[in-house]
Design a protein around this ligand. Sequence first.
Ligand code: HEC
Length: 585
Amino acid sequence: MKSLLASAIAVFLCAVFTQNQTAPVAPKPGSAVELPPVKSLDSTVVALPKGDPSVKGVAICFTAAHCPIATAQLPALVALARQYSEQGVRFYFVDPNVKETTADLKELEARVHGAGPLIHDTEQLWTRALKVSRTTEALVIDGSGVLRYRGAFDDQFALGTRKPEPQRHYVKEALVAVLAGKAPALPETEPKGCLITPAARPAAPVPPSGEVHYHEHVAPVLRKHCVECHRPGEIGPLPLLSYDDADAAAAMIAEVVEQRRMPPWHANPQFGSWKNARGLSEEERSTLIRWASGARSEGPKPAKPADPAPAAPLWHIGAPDLVLTIPKQRIPATGKIDYHYVEVPTGLTEDRWVTAAEVHAGAREVVHHALIFVVYPKDRRHEQPPIDGGLNGGFFASLVPGERPNEWPAGTGKLLPAGSALLFQMHYTADGTAREDATQIGLVFAKEPPARRVVNRGIHQRKLNIPPGASAARFEARWKVSRDVEILAFLPHMHYRGKSFRYVLEHPDGREETLLDVPRYDFGWQATYIPEKPLQVSGGSTMRCIAEFDNSAANLANPNPKATVRWGEQSWDEMMIGYVDYVEK
Ligand code: HEC
């Protein structure tokens, strides 16, 4: 106990006096673990069981209310805890975020659902004693108090990537070994969750690097580049609205900005200029990194408080003229789920032109993406543009990870004929809890028929044959553009093995021009790229889409590097589609 206290003080001092938290060595597998008593959320004192023969093992699992990996992983963790509690393993859930709100803790406790006590480590006693740096790190201790495993829960998630399902179940494998009285084959792996912000602050930077204050320097950058998504009701997993929000997430903010993962944007800036581009200037980056990895000063409050960030609107497209909802879909807790195809009649008695469409997932946790197609009434099938009809050929509206609503420029729109239906292609991914989904689409109609009609085409290559282990298998698809068109948007689509995607235009005179280059495609962010001005493409040009796939083990998202991969709908199959929205001239 004494040495623990001493080491806790040492950690604290190190944290205060150096930037790099050089704490004493983290307990290694094979060493005995002792922890000070702490309190669980319901105020019960929690101490590690000692000399209790009914306790065959202990699992300490770090989690948090807002880390996307912690959230995604929790259902599987809770299920494991239930299964192994019956065999004498005690589970403890620890939230090391000192600024977690009471509401967040209550919600987290509900999700832990009695599978073990939830400890809010307000002084980071366990966090520091165990030298845990990321939420989702798990530690497995055997019945005699010896650490047997520390690291990731399984191999499904890493920041920014995920496999459709885990291939290794590290914690479970460790528990099986411990219950059999053996040492686990794999005693240590790298934890994958969000960095934990140490409660103790490093010293303020020495001039001339200058002080960075939250209100004066940091808040304006967050407001401009982050709050759009990082506020309640939007897609960002944590709020970044206040000093406390940013302070709690500081370590993670420094990491995502340093690694240029946030704000999310994947186009190579060398080609094209984009209306919806995101990015920080070098100065903004440096401000965020210096503040988040420095003293995190709040600084003077502004004389006039900044206007509160507007709440997320229910519909970003404005009040829709028509909302259609799919009948309730039941999503099982686990397993592979085939696409659901659900047809919803529009009920329209006259033709309508749609200028904006927004899809709302009913059960966000399990809706991976949705593509919506128009089905023309029988007697008008001949009018249906072939490219809008065939699945994979082109879609009407979409909901893809990280994306905003579909909106088309003034004077253009998509046709929704009287008597038509919308066909929803729903891609669900199980998240450990059985759920019901009733996804909706909201549509805004043009007041009068627009001058030009927007169509969507999928330039695709179905003859995919990606060898096992290939790190850059290259495929190409082409579209011979027969008439002059204006391109309004691009959306490259591949699955987990997607590596890079380019749109190259061959002009009629043979000149080649790269229109869009996505050097590091990310399945988690299927962005739409909207050119600053619509791109003029003359008839007789050829649009080439060039994609690379990474089927090697180095691709952390790869579901199976040993498989030969072909075209298929499921995300462990592949697709190669270069969607374009365009109008004919
Ligand atoms: C377009 C929306 C969007 C914008 C803009 C955005 N984020 Fe995010 N952010 C997300 C989403 C979605 C996730 C969750 C990613 C996941 O689940 O893997 C995320 C995750 C994070 C995380 C958690 C760690 C992680 O990698 O999952 C941090 C920290 C973060 N963002 C900080 C920022 C900061 C700082 C900015 C501004 C400089 C910013 N974000 C801008 C949507 C956004």
